[in-house]
Design a protein around this ligand. Structure first.
Ligand SMILES: [Fe+2]
Length: 453
């Protein structure tokens, strides 16, 4: 879809309201059959809801699960791939050995204790983004550079898992019998995206996050680059939308705002450092990608919505999914099934997710957040900014200016980076000598961006 509105991002809320009004008029004018499309969409969502609930009732889950050993052996079925595309989420079991994950958990706790984290208070950027976090003991920790985090992000099995998952996306213009002339991102090479730790205490009620989507808010409707990503949905053919097409997605630009990610993630994800499942204050998802996305993008265009409202989208905040506007989607929200230390979970950047409001379990639920973070122009630029922060232990670019880790003892340094870790951080170039010409050009440009510091 060509851009309907091409105003630059503005900060004034009344400007946003006017922009939203005009954009909605434009989008609605291109959807004369919206009522019929909506009826069809609701029926599709009801069918998915029934599948999701039937699986839960039978003691299972529609969330696909596979074993890391199947990835390593190249034995993942076409059905499994289709299930990941359909649900937008997947659990990969046993990416690192159980004992390795438990050791990382202990090391993370030692790091927090050594540096008296609890005495330093919560990270204010969390409340700035979500707006409604209650105070209390920290449950998400604003540390990015502990040795276990760095070790997890450069673990070879994590790299292999992420490469497999990235290859479920369309990442180049290659077609059957025709080599790529252009790469959108490199599925096999990652950028190190430093994120936080979660260690949630039993009984905690402060961390619950209501259902939301990250990676953009009002720009999903207003920005030409996002309109391109969602062009089939906005032209009434939502069944043709491919959420795993990286061509437009890898270059979509979020509106700049504090605490808004400026990084292309193929998945959000974490690795479990403790056993956790339903009731343990862990992740919930709406395991339905295309239908849910079409619903929340088209919902503001219906006649019962005020002209300047985008149903839970506010500049610089997480996209809220609420009972006011999105009840059929909330009916599909489920907790993830039990995972063991060393298991990982991944979910698409457009997937609705939440964190259970209460931890009713008996032990700490602990994770290291690690997304799908493939090499591409946008991420290479981020890496160049991030590596400067790493050297001083400062907070990474996406996470505000907490900088508390600068004075921490036993922080990871360059000496803790493996060869792979150095490349992922942009300290060493990727070897392009065996690449096809298109990939070589792509990687060489990324190498140059990452070393431009
Ligand atoms: Fe989130």
């Amino acid at each position: 879809m060509t851009a309907t509105v091409s105003m630059p991002p503005q900060q004034n809320p009344s400007d946003d309201a006017d922009w939203i009004r005009r954009t909605k008029q434009d989008l609605r004018a291109k959807l004369p059959g919206l009522n019929r499309i909506w009826t069809d969409l609701l029926a599709a969502i009801a069918a998915r809801r029934d599948e999701i609930r039937a699986a839960e009732k039978a003691g299972g889950s529609v969330i696909p699960r596979l074993s890391y050993t199947d990835i390593a052996a190249g034995k993942v079925s076409a059905e499994m791939r289709a299930a990941i595309h359909r649900t937008g989420t997947v659990i990969v079991e046993g990416v690192v050995p159980r004992q390795q994950a438990l050791d990382w958990d202990q090391q993370a706790l030692d790091y927090l204790t050594l540096n008296r984290y609890a005495e330093r208070g919560n990270d204010p950027s969390l409340a700035a983004y979500f707006g409604a976090l209650k105070s209390g003991d920290p449950q998400i920790f604003a540390v990015y550079w502990s040795k276990p985090q760095v070790a997890a992000r450069q673990h070879p099995a994590m790299a292999e898992t992420r490469a497999f998952l990235n290859r479920l996306w369309r990442f180049s213009d290659a077609t059957e019998g025709h080599p790529a002339t252009r790469y959108f991102f490199d599925p096999d090479r990652a950028v190190d995206y430093a994120d936080r730790l979660r260690r949630r205490q039993p009984g905690d009620v402060s961390l619950g996050l209501s259902p939301h989507i990250d990676g953009g808010s009002i720009e999903r409707w207003l920005a030409p680059s996002f309109q391109q990503v969602y062009r089939q949905i906005f032209s009434g053919t939502w069944r043709q939308h491919d959420g795993f097409d990286g061509e437009a997605r890898a270059v979509a630009e979020e509106f700049p705002a504090p605490h808004i990610s400026n990084f292309f993630r193929t998945y959000q994800g974490w690795i479990a450092l403790s056993g956790q499942g339903k009731g343990d204050g862990t992740l919930q998802v709406v395991p339905m990608l295309r239908e849910a996305l079409a619903y929340f993008l088209l919902r503001p265009l219906l006649e019962d919505v005020p002209a300047d409202l985008l149903c839970g989208a506010r500049r610089g905040k997480a996209q809220a999914i609420s009972a006011d506007w999105h009840q059929p989607l909330l009916d599909c929200l489920i907790s993830i099934p039990h995972v063991e230390p060393g298991d990982t979970i991944w979910w698409h950047p457009d997937l609705i997710h939440a964190v259970e409001s209460e931890h009713r379990g008996t032990s700490v639920s602990s994770v290291i957040y690690i997304p799908g973070a493939p090499l591409c122009a946008k991420n290479a630029r981020y890496a160049a900014q991030q590596q400067v922060r790493f050297r001083d232990g400062r907070t990474p670019p996406d996470f505000g200016r907490d900088d508390r880790e600068c004075g921490f003892e036993d922080r990871a340094t360059r000496a803790d980076l493996s060869e792979l870790g150095s490349r992922q951080m942009g300290f060493a170039p990727w070897d392009v000598s065996k690449d096809d010409p298109a990939r070589r050009d792509f990687t060489a440009a990324c190498n140059a961006d990452m070393s431009a510091r």
